[in-house]
Design a binder for this molecule. Structure first.
Ligand code: 3H9
Length: 719
């Protein structure tokens, strides 16, 4: 786990060997301790170089070990011993030095980094803080402001930035290990006192108190209830105000609290969930490691509305050449201007030229004949999409992949219009598509494994977190959103206000409550979907009760709001009031209050006081219940898929792990009991009826979320 070699001219080389990222498992820590002791004892060794195998220095503590009791040598004494040793230790950083990996480098006396290496203290993203001295050594090395930024965000930085900040002593394009050995030979006789970071004094800015206070305010605002970023600020404060030893005690105490917190468990689960979704599989048995994607060099985007523009930007930024098609000349020009402006802004930030040579605009579908893949991103209108898919089928070369960005329409219907249903998949991006990380890759009944693999791989190239999902109305994300929004609407009927519902959801950790979110995306989006589904509009029989559809309770409030021309931010009013069309600041609207009162009177509803807990239980548990149904149907392959979709697409707070993980945290028995309770109170709301999967999991003793995949497989095989 750590290889020791005594190489030329009195240098010992210690290589961490724990693929894939040389994480500091108990065995590796053991290896380091033994090797360092050996080097320090050997009189022929005058200096030590520490490096990692396969061009990777170290990815930090072994996160998998956090689930069980910690064994092996403790981190802090191991690092202290290296720093206190009387022989210079040089860290040769290739690939990455993250978390405990960077802390290991910080206790070395010198650090040489390869120019492509990435460094950082990302513990905060795992619900922790850098507790092997990171919060105490880094401020001593680079000062308080830069440390606060790096430790509270967990941002990875380049070797060049690390050099500028003073984290590393040298950056090289050559083999960092060889450079470090030469370096070690030059410094082997130099005194070490000034090289021991823990012995240095922290350079504090004169406005330290104000800086710490401001940072705390900003961090709390960004954290949305996460506790680790707050602890990180406190730990850096300790570095600034206490001697090293006491600072270390503060670091250790706070780590103790964080380590055992539910948030840390949630974030560590989420770390592995993000990686699990890349390992997709289809019911046919085809999967990520037995299916090769096709290369995509040239693509077309059809439609230059908000979605088409974002998708075009993402493709071009990923190095794919794009023909963007829009039939209306005005829309084409507006889209062109916007796409070019975004690409130029992005390039300016990076200090490079915008890749505009990859971009072509056209108002003629015939111009896309030679592309490898098309993404249709027109209005959410089935008739229009069918028309386009018919045309695509005749103008594109035979092996072109045909994708749709629909947010919930039937992929199989679109596939059936083409003569090549196996080459049709959904690529559901989220707005704004050039910024949002999530991509749902929707496989229809006939989608080929190669088509799915290609869309997944293209998503990755575009920097997205891609999740493969099955085909059903709304797929996974929007399907689960429906009962959530429905409950929010029912709560208004029963006595709540939009701001009361939003406040409860925002306090839970969502970036925006359901009504503020709806105002942002436009109320007409859902209105169109409901019209298309025959829930509102001219297709509804005049004799039908406004609060019932197909024998179920229906909440028509959102339709009535839309009928008033209140479509959200873009019209200056929706569930809230804005100072102008396009305004951002939501203010409670007395009109809505009056409207709700009149509505309740008209329908004989008596408003009652609704508390925060009921709002959360009804909105979140109905959404979770639908998640269980999506798992039961096989539309979502596993709980990780649902959770990744909700965190990246719907701003579910990451420190709550995602809806399915959260259900496990709350206790499946409690979720079931609450759903039963509310379903009894509202028997005409089917989405509150607990799913079979939830019932079975509870009956089986509520196994942890990591075991649900296997449980579902067994449950299906018994059917
Ligand atoms: C810490 O250090 C605490 C300290 O302060 C000490 C306190 C006392 N452990 O991401 P990839 C696995 S906390 C275990 O696909 P990439 C990963 O699951 C730690 N496993 O590759 C995957 O496995 P699989 C602080 C790890 O090239 C495989 O390696 N460190 C660890 O896209 C490949 O990973 C961090 O937070 C780990 N530490 O990205 C760094 N790291 O193949 C976490 C990775 O079975 N790691 N694996 O799916 C990362 O950010 C990325 O993995 C990294 C590589 C950038 C390193």
């Amino acid at each position: 786990m750590a290889r020791y070699a005594h190489i030329k001219d009195s240098v010992a080389l210690i290589t961490l060997t724990n693929p894939p990222v040389n994480a500091l498992s108990a065995a590796v820590r053991h290896g380091i301790t033994e090797s360092v002791t050996r080097a320090l004892r050997d009189p022929t060794v005058k200096a030590v170089v520490l490096c990692g195998e396969n061009g990777k220095f170290c990815g930090g503590a072994d996160i998998r070990e956090f689930a069980g009791p910690m064994t092996g040598p403790a981190f802090v004494p191991m690092l202290d011993d290296i720093e206190a040793g009387d022989k210079p230790v040089v860290a040769a950083i290739e690939g990455m030095a993250l978390g405990g990996g960077l802390e290991l480098a910080l206790c070395c006396h010198y650090r040489i980094a390869h120019s492509k290496a990435r460094l950082g203290l990302p513990e905060v993203t795992l619900g922790l803080l850098p507790a092997a001295g990171g919060t105490q050594r880094l401020p001593r090395l680079i000062g308080i402001p830069a440390s606060l930024e790096l430790i509270t965000t967990g941002r990875h930085i380049s070797a060049q930035e690390a050099l500028k900040l003073g984290i590393v002593d040298q950056v090289t394009d050559k083999n960092a290990c060889e450079v470090a050995v030469e370096f070690a030979q030059r410094v082997m006789d130099k005194p070490l006192e000034s090289r021991r970071v823990s012995q240095q004094t922290v350079q504090c800015p004169p406005d330290l108190e104000a800086l710490l206070e401001n940072t705390m305010v900003q961090v709390k605002k960004r954290a949305r209830g996460a506790i680790a970023p707050v602890a990180c600020v406190k730990a850096v404060r300790a570095a600034a105000t206490l001697p090293y030893k006491q600072g270390m005690e503060r670091e250790r105490d706070m780590m103790g609290t964080l380590f055992n917190s539910g948030q840390a468990r949630a974030l560590q689960y989420f770390f592995f969930a993000q990686r699990a979704v890349g390992k997709w599989s289809l019911p046919s048995g085809a999967c990520w490691n037995n299916t090769k994607p096709k290369p995509v060099h040239r693509a077309a985007v059809i439609g230059l509305g908000t979605m088409g523009r974002g998708i075009t930007v993402s493709l071009v930024a990923a190095g794919v050449s794009v023909v963007a098609v829009e039939v209306g000349e005005k829309q084409l020009q507006a889209g062109k201007q916007m796409v070019m402006a975004i690409l130029e802004r992005q390039a300016q930030k990076k200090g490079v030229a915008a890749p505009l040579d990859l971009l072509r605009f056209s108002n003629n579908l015939k111009d896309i004949g030679g592309v490898d893949l098309v993404i249709e991103a027109v209005f959410e209108d089935m008739a229009l999409k069918k028309q386009i898919f018919k045309e695509l089928s005749s103008v594109c070369k035979i092996d072109t992949l045909l994708c749709t960005n629909t947010s919930g329409l039937d992929i199989d219907v679109l596939a059936s219009i083409t003569g090549r249903p196996q080459q049709v998949v959904g690529m559901h991006f989220f707005a704004p598509a050039h910024m949002m990380k999530l991509l749902e890759v929707v496989h229809g009944r006939h989608s080929s494994p190669e088509a799915v693999a290609t869309a997944m791989s293209l998503g990755k190239k575009m920097g997205k977190v891609s999740v493969a999902v099955g085909n059903c109305p709304g797929f996974v994300g929007n399907r689960m959103l429906m009962p959530y929004v429905e409950q929010a609407n029912f709560l208004l009927e029963e006595g709540a206000t939009p701001e009361q519902v939003d406040q409860a959801l925002e306090e839970f950790g969502f970036a925006m409550g359901v009504f503020r979110m709806s105002d942002l995306s436009g109320l007409d989006v859902g209105w169109r979907v409901r019209k298309e589904a025959g829930l509102t509009g001219p297709s509804v029989a005049a004799t039908e009760s406004p609060r019932k559809r197909q024998g179920r309770r229906y909440g028509p409030i959102a339709d009535l709001i839309c009928e008033q021309g209140r479509l959200g931010q873009k019209t200056g009013c929706g569930w809230y009031l804005y100072d102008r069309p396009g305004g951002r600041e939501a203010k409670p609207d007395p009109w809505i209050r009056r409207f709700l009162e009149e509505y309740r009177t008209k329908h004989g509803l008596k408003a009652r006081a609704i508390d925060k807990q009921e709002i959360l239980d009804r909105c979140l548990f109905s959404l979770i219940n639908e998640g269980f149904r999506a798992l039961e149907d096989g539309i979502a392959a596993g709980p990780e898929d649902v959770d990744v979709i909700y965190v990246f697409g719907y701003s579910w707070p990451r420190h709550m792990g995602g809806p399915m993980f959260y259900a496990g945290m709350v206790g499946l028995a409690r979720v079931l009991e609450r759903l039963e309770h509310y379903h009894q109170a509202h028997p005409d709301v089917p989405s509150l009826q607990p799913s079979t999967l939830l019932r079975r999991l509870v009956a089986s003793g509520s196994p942890p979320v990591q075991q649900w995949r296997g449980f579902i497989k067994r449950m299906r095989s018994q059917l």
